[in-house]
Design a protein around this ligand. Structure first.
Ligand code: PMP
Length: 422
């Protein structure tokens, strides 16, 4: 681990003075930096090929066009754009969001939409409303690191449910619920990412969606459907959203971070009517109202720009990168490894022989000038030590190939050191 002191990883460990620890509320003990954040500082060095972060590739967005929108907004509607707004969100944008969701089969009323500061805020609000310490939240295995961090802060007991190349396995969900009920545990909701999952890259097919909806409805377990990548299918549209089939039991989360830009920090929750009031109150207590400026900029973009074509150009850009990553994995990676083959989104999930600890391998990868996120980041229970997430969204195809080649050598060396034959 010598190299870790020079690669900056240690700088991001928190060392709290002891007396402050005593003064914090006990929930503060559950606030830990994510493994991804500690990697960011290192991975953003120019000489390192970062296959770690999931930053959208904004080279597809014409910045002059954005500048024009923002300038016109301030000049012509500055009094409103720079003022406080409604806690639930701007009415025009809530209507436009319903048009966006219609692409995935959702028929929604703008009155049931709550605009949030990114879908990350929606995750926080839902957690705040539902989770008492010790309550169970069911999640895929693996699941989104940012959601796991939020659930942990509200002291949820996170239970992972097995998935395969086709996403969450309905029978595994049935079994998990049965076991938890037998133990007398309180299950609050199932959190899942049906489209091009983060981190696994897999897509949940329509028949599994229906089966999972049936199971959760029968068991009175809410589904939180997190869908930031749904419109980023490379070859065909993704199946209809789960919310399209069930407006009572599904809380749907959307975001413009991956289909427009993340910088405006605009996401939303489409919620069953019975929950809306609570969510709006919770949101007002954390942010008063979402930014009028950001909402109106997005509203103007949606009203005046060819946003469907823009999403298509994002898809084209990411598809080339996905192809570069899969070809490089095929060409260079040890045969003892397996990986998912995403049909959209940003991520590939790689599984290595179980003897390999991908967290311990990070400094060696950094020394070889490539970064990834170790698999344990995506589990609440320490599992995943021989997996890793690669993202292809940001680097050029050439850099992706270079990064995968470098990582292949690191993995091969690890295997040699452990006497694993390929
Ligand atoms: N959910 C998932 C699955 C994500 O990957 C992300 C961002 N990486 C988010 C939610 C949060 O996105 P935002 O807050 O930018 O909408």
């Amino acid at each position: 681990m010598n190299s870790s002191s020079s690669d900056g990883l240690e700088r991001y460990q928190t060392h709290e003075p002891e007396n402050l620890q005593e003064r914090y509320a006990h929930r503060a003990a559950h606030m830990k930096p994510s493994e991804i954040r500690s990697l960011f500082a290192v991975a953003s060095r120019p000489e390192i090929v970062s296959l770690a972060g999931g930053m959208p590739n904004l080279s597809a967005i014409p910045m002059d066009m954005m500048a024009g929108i923002v300038e016109k907004l301030i000049r012509e509607h500055g009094q409103e754009a720079l003022q406080y707004g409604s806690g639930q969100g701007h009415p025009q944008l809530r209507e436009q969001i319903c048009d966006v969701m219609a692409l995935e089969g959702i028929k929604a009323n703008p009155d049931d939409v709550l605009i949030t500061t990114g879908s990350q805020q929606a995750l926080d609000l839902i957690s705040r409303i539902f989770i008492d310490p010790g309550d169970v939240v069911l999640v895929e295995a693996p699941s989104y690191v940012g959601a796991l961090g939020t659930f942990a802060q509200y002291e949820a007991s996170v239970v992972h449910v097995e998935m395969d190349q086709n996403g969450l396995i309905p029978e595994a969900l049935r079994q998990a619920i049965k076991t938890l009920r037998y133990q007398g545990r309180r299950i609050k909701f199932l959190y899942l990412i049906p489209n091009y999952q983060n981190p696994a890259g897999v897509l949940l097919p329509a028949d599994r969606r229906s089966e999972i909806l049936d199971i959760c409805r029968a068991e009175k377990i809410f589904i939180v459907e997190d869908n930031p990548y749904g419109l980023l299918g490379f070859d065909r549209p993704s199946p209809n959203a789960m919310r399209a089939e069930d407006s009572e039991n599904v809380i749907y989360l959307g975001s413009f971070s991956k289909t427009i830009v993340p910088g405006f920090r605009i996401g939303w929750a489409l919620v069953p009517q019975s929950l809306k009031e609570k969510l709006v109150i919770a949101s007002e207590s954390s942010i008063l109202c979402p930014s009028n400026f950001s909402q109106m900029a997005i509203a103007s973009y949606l009203a005046n720009q060819p946003w469907r074509e823009q999403i298509a150009s994002f898809c084209a850009l990411y598809k080339v990168r996905r192809d570069a990553m899969l070809s490089a994995l095929d060409a260079y990676f040890p045969k003892a490894a397996t990986w998912t083959k995403p049909a959209g989104g940003f991520y590939v999930w790689v599984t290595l022989p179980p003897e390999i600890d991908t967290k311990a391998m990070v400094p060696r990868a950094i020394a070889a000038k490539v970064a990834y996120v170790p698999g344990t980041a995506f589990f609440a229970d320490g599992f995943g030590s021989w997996s890793l997430r690669l993202s292809y969204c940001y680097p050029t195809p050439e850099r992706i190939t270079q990064g995968v080649m470098a990582l292949s050598k690191v993995v091969e060396q690890e295997m040699l050191n452990r006497g694993i034959t390929n």
